[in-house]
Design a protein around this ligand. Sequence first.
Ligand code: 13P
Ligand code: SF4
Length: 359
Amino acid sequence: MPVLQQQRHSETAHRQRVSSAKFQPLAMPALDYTGEVAEATAEAYEKVRHVIPAIEWPAYAPYIKAINDLKRQRNAVILAHNYMTPEIFHGVADIVGDSLQLAKEAATSQADVIVQCGVHFMAETSKILNPDKTILMPDMAAGCSLAQSITGADVRALRQKHPGVPIVTYVNTSADVKAECDICCTSSNAVEVVESLGAPRVLLVPDKYLAANVALRTTVEILTWEGACVVHQRFTGAEMREYRNSVPGVKIIAHPECPTDVTAEADYTGSTAGMINWLKENSPKKALLVTECSMADNVASQAPGVDFVRPCNLCPYMKMITLPKILESLVHMRAEVTVDPAIAARARTAVERMISLKS
Ligand code: 13P
Ligand code: SF4
């Protein structure tokens, strides 16, 4: 064998040995609360001390140290949605953000392994954008009521019923559904995506409330589907008015997955990242985040001085992701998210079309 070819052959063999060693199951690390663990997690504790009492930290800290050590061993990154619990958000996440930010990060990640701390459609989006990477989901049952509300066959039927009408699908959908649409959107760019198509009429599926909120901000006619988010559909306009009356000066910040009688009462409506930016820029004394509960817990350390008024609703799916499950995931390299390559290729076109828009 010529020298150069021999060299390449041995480099490839070396890479394969390293890579398969990287993916071997490892021993479960010790989970004692030692001085070393306390020191390694002290910075994270400062960011969560407003929600986790000091007496409870020894139950979290060993997991945080073990997960951070394992990430280095596996060349893994953790992408965490803004709805993750504070110990995940501040303790082990490398990248945090809303759905659009996480999709953009997934597209440029240099890691071999992505652990998706969020729900299944987010892990699928990461896999669609990174077919050669290992995408792990700490709990495969972490779904989403919106993603469950529509199938690829439903989108094909819609296309037949509305020939020539472009279809925008919210990122909160399965790969199958993304594969059938023209372009994806998230809550932070839905208006821009709809208007980018230059059509008088657009189907925006599956969230009927996101669609209704977009319809209020554009002249494009919006057709939709009967999907809703179990977290945001429960808020009501009457509830918002009661808060406004009982908490003088409160600023109401709502997610566009809320019904329009809720967003009509809001001082600001936007994605979870939009909410965080609005809080940082406006520093209100009192704020009501009309969204998932962990948002206020996570943002509190970034927006000191804001008094967060409840209510909030828990997302049962997001809350399936826990530190012990993330650790198991990195120790055993499971559960790996896969997407049929033919479906992934079509879905990628829709996701990349969205990512390539300016904002
Ligand atoms: P964003 O973080 O994109 O606003 O989405 C919220 C959500 O419900 C994700 O499931
Ligand atoms: Fe789905 Fe709503 Fe939970 Fe987000 S908050 S994952 S949209 S059910």
